[in-house]
Design a protein around this ligand. Sequence first.
Ligand SMILES: CC(C)(COP(=O)(O)OP(=O)(O)OC[C@H]1O[C@@H](n2cnc3c(N)ncnc32)[C@H](O)[C@@H]1OP(=O)(O)O)[C@@H](O)C(=O)NCCC(=O)NCCS
Length: 170
Amino acid sequence: MPEPLAVRLAVPADAAAIAVLSRDHIEQGLPWRWRPERIVRAIRDRDTNVAVVGEPGAIVAFGIMSYNDDDAHLLLFAVQHSSRRRGIGSALLKWLEEVAGSAGARRIRLEARRDNPAARHFYSEHGYHEQALVDSMYCGIADGVLLEKWLRDPLDRLPAGLPAAVFGRP
Ligand SMILES: CC(C)(COP(=O)(O)OP(=O)(O)OC[C@H]1O[C@@H](n2cnc3c(N)ncnc32)[C@H](O)[C@@H]1OP(=O)(O)O)[C@@H](O)C(=O)NCCC(=O)NCCS
């Protein structure tokens, strides 16, 4: 039986690799905004989780989620090209969603580029709904799509089978 995927919180030594993944697979064609220094700030921010799959120096996926009251915001998310379509993105997203739910988030919001059918299909498969198309959302260069997923029903009951909280860090 395959080993369960190991997701861990990033450490500052992971920042350069994460920033390069963002530059090459998320911010391509746009100004590079998520540079290593900004990733380090996110890693140190107590209201943000930077989660990775892979050992230091060999990261295959990462996701950055921030928390604001009962909303969570998936800021960045990518899997190395050579590791895609193996369920790694799904496992990492599930981990981030479970942490967000445990931390009290009712909804997760995110944005994707309109010209990114892979991401739009991936998020749709995971229950995210497209709320709006925004022209020129990315630096006036690329259009965007706003998506959201509700983690709790309108009566605000906790979903069944919620995992133990793993939010935050010592
Ligand atoms: C989108 C992305 C994160 C998916 O990661 P992944 O590890 O390949 O995803 P999974 O293997 O868990 O795929 C789960 C399902 O999502 C859908 N999906 C994933 N990649 C897809 C693609 N290229 N085209 C269509 N559907 C896709 C499929 O339904 C897939 O299930 P299947 O493989 O059984 O058909 C990855 O392609 C990626 O990093 N892209 C570049 C960065 C990016 O776009 N980030 C998101 C916006 S910030």
